[in-house]
Design a protein around this ligand. Structure first.
Ligand code: ADP
Ligand code: RBF
Ligand code: MG
Length: 152
């Protein structure tokens, strides 16, 4: 619960999926749907750069677990702030231009720099394990049925 207060959570966001940096996250097995600038500009001040988890919905899809990175990706030294969401579901097709809704319920860690891509991937995979477990607790689970996801 302290996380909620410290990081301004839960955060409810909705925006269009835009093209990201085209770095081939997908080839690494971790595609990330990048949210449009309008959402990034509306983030509360307490939502510091870092790795978060929560729930996501693409247009009228079911609600899935997700992990999210906010910031400048120190490993790649991005010039623009991004908000990228990896949804824990296998999609048959890309969904650029779709409406993506998220409820962010927890914070995992700061963004880090790494000495290799392998290290980055391993760390993201451990974030995914943490998110899967935490999202099963009753407080986090309850947000998957939030009426926010029912309004289209
Ligand atoms: P970009 O640099 O354009 O963001 P990515 O390699 O990160 O490219 O791929 C992101 C795209 O992959 C998303 O915009 C979405 O259309 C698609 N995609 C397919 N499966 C997923 C998933 N499980 N989570 C997030 N995006 C996915
Ligand atoms: N990029 C970083 O530079 N440092 C990070 O600590 C970091 N953590 C991430 C955690 C998650 C859960 C996700 C989805 C992405 C993260 N990224 C991070 C962004 C990553 O570098 C980006 O998605 C690349 O495009 C992967 O190839
Ligand atoms: Mg991406």
């Amino acid at each position: 619960m302290n996380n909620f207060i410290a990081f301004g959570l839960p955060f409810y966001g909705c925006g269009t999926v835009v093209k990201g940096f085209g770095r081939g996250s997908k080839d690494l097995g971790i595609p990330t749907a990048n949210l449009c600038k309008e959402v990034i500009d509306q983030l509360p001040e307490q939502m510091i750069p870092g790795v978060y988890f929560g729930w996501a919905q693409v247009d009228k899809s079911p609600v899935y677990k997700m992990v999210m990175s906010i910031g400048w990706n120190p490993f790649f030294k991005n010039k623009e702030k991004s908000m990228e969401i990896h949804i824990l579901n296998k999609f048959e097709e890309d969904f650029y231009g779709s409406k993506l809704k998220v409820i962010v319920t927890g914070y995992i860690r700061q963004e880090l720099d790494f000495s290799s891509v392998d290290e980055l991937i391993q760390t993201i995979n451990s974030d995914i394990d943490i998110a899967k477990t935490k999202l099963d607790d009753s407080t986090n689970q309850s947000y998957s049925n939030d009426k926010f996801f029912g309004l289209h």
